[in-house]
Write a protein that binds this ligand. Sequence first.
Ligand code: HEM
Length: 399
Amino acid sequence: MIDYGCEKELGVRWLLAPSLLENPYHVHILRGQLSNSKTLGAVFNEVYDEVKLAFDDTFTNTDDWMSIPAYATFLQIISRTTARLLVGEPLCHNPKFLGNVLGCVVHVIHGKQTLGVFPSFLKPLAAKYLTNVPQSIEATSKFLQPIIHERREQLATFEDDTADKPLDFLSWLLDEAKGEEQTLRALTLRLLFVSFASIHSTSMTFTHAIYNLVVCPEYKLPLREEIKSIIEKEGWSRESINKMAKLDSFLKESLRLNKTHTASLHRKIRAFEFVFSDGTRVPRGTAISAVELPVHPDPSIAKQFNGFRYVNEKEKGQHTNHFVSTGLDYLAFGHGKRVCPGRFSANDSLKTLLAYFILNYDVRFKDESASRPPNVYNGVGCLPNPVAEVMIRRRKPSI
Ligand code: HEM
């Protein structure tokens, strides 16, 4: 009755492939594998290893402050950690592959604007000849081709399903793809599509959290103490990062106030009419979206950043209000049937990134009295300030 993601449909159908919308088997894979504690626990070492490598390679291990463009730098780091989960090593370390994946998103965004001026029947031609998306898909598939070939050869030698397969999205795709979905192009499109859903949302959320940490320095010490005491006792594991209640709350509050979109649950009515439970009738073709309820009856309190809001709530007995638990007052991951299937994986990556960062780096603005760089809005889209710079310095000693 309700068609998911009318916004997505506009571009994806023509620029990538209709099958991504009509046969979303990647969502079933994400719901099956990346919502499952056993798999998430097993991939944690990969996540942690890549977080460490990516930070260490990006920020030289000196005691000097260095100035970096925040969003662009975190986007590079997170494209690596995401690629580790999607395609594994060694491809996740290849800057040309990562550049290509990031470039493809830019081509899709520009392509969507180009298609906007064409009627539907001309969109396929415009997508093919007037955008750089086809070249970008082709270039990505060239990186994937030898790996897919190698994985298939390995698969043929495995005697059963429990064999030691790589733990990444590509491996699950190869298991699940049927018929035409098994072609190199179809697999490339599926990987690109999941990369789009995952890299930017995670990078935006991380950048917002860093901006909040810089302008609210009073959170640094309690967060660092919580992280340090848990890691010293238990080491790095999925269980240990998920015991960090202050970190969880800080991330949740940061995302609540800085969602990737100012409205959520974008849907389009496809049936003749949709009737809500309160009797409201909405005709076919209507695009609808939802705005979340305030977390506090006083709007000025609801709009304030309170990094430990949910720690305090937990102390009052509400133990379910985690970063990943959606509700009518927290729609950052959507809600209900179509809720983001990657949120548990985003939770693990973001907490590992932030915990590692807080333990090992100091961060500030060049001008220490500067206020939070304003977000940039584009329609319902909300981006952390993309040009702001932060100063970073390696701390000693680290764990
Ligand atoms: C902080 C990071 C993230 C945020 C804020 C976020 C947010 C969202 C939102 C708001 C939706 C739409 C839900 C709805 O309309 O009800 C969504 C859908 C989706 N997300 Fe995420 N997401 C994040 C990370 C990820 C990651 C890491 C992955 C993949 C590993 C992912 C994969 C997807 C997919 C495939 C969908 C479409 C689901 C469908 O078609 O039913 N997301 N996400």
